[in-house]
Design a protein around this ligand. Structure first.
Ligand code: NDP
Length: 328
């Protein structure tokens, strides 16, 4: 029998945690033949609710679930972690400045990065979901100097999936026919969903759509503002689709992209496409055997360049702000 994979989830008692844990335990994160142990991290006020979720997980009698540990100590929760999903974060409250938000998240992601550094397994893979995800990933990475930098990633897969869905609706194609879509930049309102290299049933998506006005005024803002539209409609944020995207992100990272397709991940830049080295920015990537590679050689037109630069500029400003706070 296989050794179970330790999966640590922070903010386990939150909305996303509730939608995420059952799918991890049922085999959707790593595969239907991979046993898992869950390690849940919560703040002290969240522990009781996390225990309730653990009771429900037990009641599902998932054959792959080999144990659940709950802690409010990152040193315990990240002990032996092979995969870490950093979901819990400090939400932006009314009147909160970006500096305050980054500082509050520094207080969460710095000690978590240190705990990952000191206690996680050698093959640790980290996905940051909690916002501002790209910069929180940078903070955790900086606190984990012994972990290879490329193991820290930020989630833009929900944006990627939203963009696929919008493009499918526009073209009338099923989502399975949409390939090579790219999210560039920050997981924020400045993100740039790029269809210029995407294909719809094997044909170039931008040529099929042939409508730059729709791209600029409809598609891009619809994808970027989808989270707010869901809050407006549901009265609560997009927890199930965010959890689904986290599952997709890790599953693709571990199990690989299909031939002729790629995905989008927030990853440390190596300077490709003019994105300053070290920024955690979204790129088109292919994955294989647990590793990812940026898709090289794509032509970036003026329409795309302007938007990538704007999002990257925002990431640079966030990096400057956390550097000024002494978090890097
Ligand atoms: P959610 O589970 O709904 O969201 C958690 C984080 O995910 C937020 O930062 C949220 O950002 C982010 N996020 C990213 N993408 C999305 C998306 N598409 N839709 C919604 N959220 C998204 O938050 P809850 O408040 O329900 O739960 C948070 C839990 O985390 C609480 O139980 C809290 O106790 C815990 N927590 C744990 C910590 C720890 O383990 N050390 C530290 C801090 C909190 P945004 O704010 O932008 O919506």
């Amino acid at each position: 029998t296989r050794t179970p994979v330790n999966v640590t989830v922070t903010g386990a008692a939150g909305q996303i945690g509730y939608a995420l844990l059952f799918r991890i335990a049922s085999g959707h994160l790593l595969g239907a033949d991979v046993p898992v142990k869950l390690r849940l991290l919560e703040i002290p006020q969240g522990l009781k609710a996390a225990e309730g979720t653990a009771m429900e997980l037990e009641d599902c009698a998932f054959p792959l679930l080999q144990g659940i540990d709950i802690s409010d100590d990152p040193n315990v929760a990240f002990d032996g972690a092979n995969v870490a999903l950093l979901v819990g974060a400090r939400p932006r409250t009314k009147g909160m400045e970006r500096g305050d938000l980054l500082e509050a998240n520094g207080g969460i992601f710095k000690p978590q990065g240190k705990a990952i550094n000191d206690h996680a397994a050698d093959d640790i893979k980290v996905l940051v979901v909690g916002n501002p995800a790209n910069t929180n990933a940078l903070i955790a990475q900086a606190a984990a100097p012994d972990v290879p930098r490329e193991r820290f990633t930020a989630m833009t897969r929900l944006d990627h999936n939203r963009a696929i869905s919008q493009l499918a609706a526009k073209t009338g194609a099923p989502v399975s026919e949409i390939k090579k879509l790219t999210i560039w930049g920050n997981h924020s309102a400045t993100q740039y969903p790029d269809i210029f290299h995407a294909t719809v049933a094997g044909k170039n998506a931008a040529e099929i759509v042939n409508d730059e006005k729709w791209l600029a005024e409809n598609f891009i803002p619809t994808v970027a503002k989808r989270g707010a539209a869901i809050i407006e409609a549901r009265g609560a944020s997009s927890a199930a689709s965010a959890a689904n995207a986290a599952i997709d992100h890790v599953h693709t990272w571990v199990n690989g992209t299909a031939d002729g397709d790629w995905t989008s991940m927030g990853i440390p830049s190596d300077g490709s496409y003019g994105v300053p080295e070290g920024l955690i920015s979204s790129f088109p990537v292919t994955t294989k055997d647990g590793r990812y590679e940026i898709v090289q050689g794509l032509e970036v037109n003026d329409f795309s360049r302007e938007r990538i630069n704007a999002s990257v500029k925002e990431l640079e400003e966030e990096r400057e702000a956390v550097r000024a706070l002494g978090l890097l």
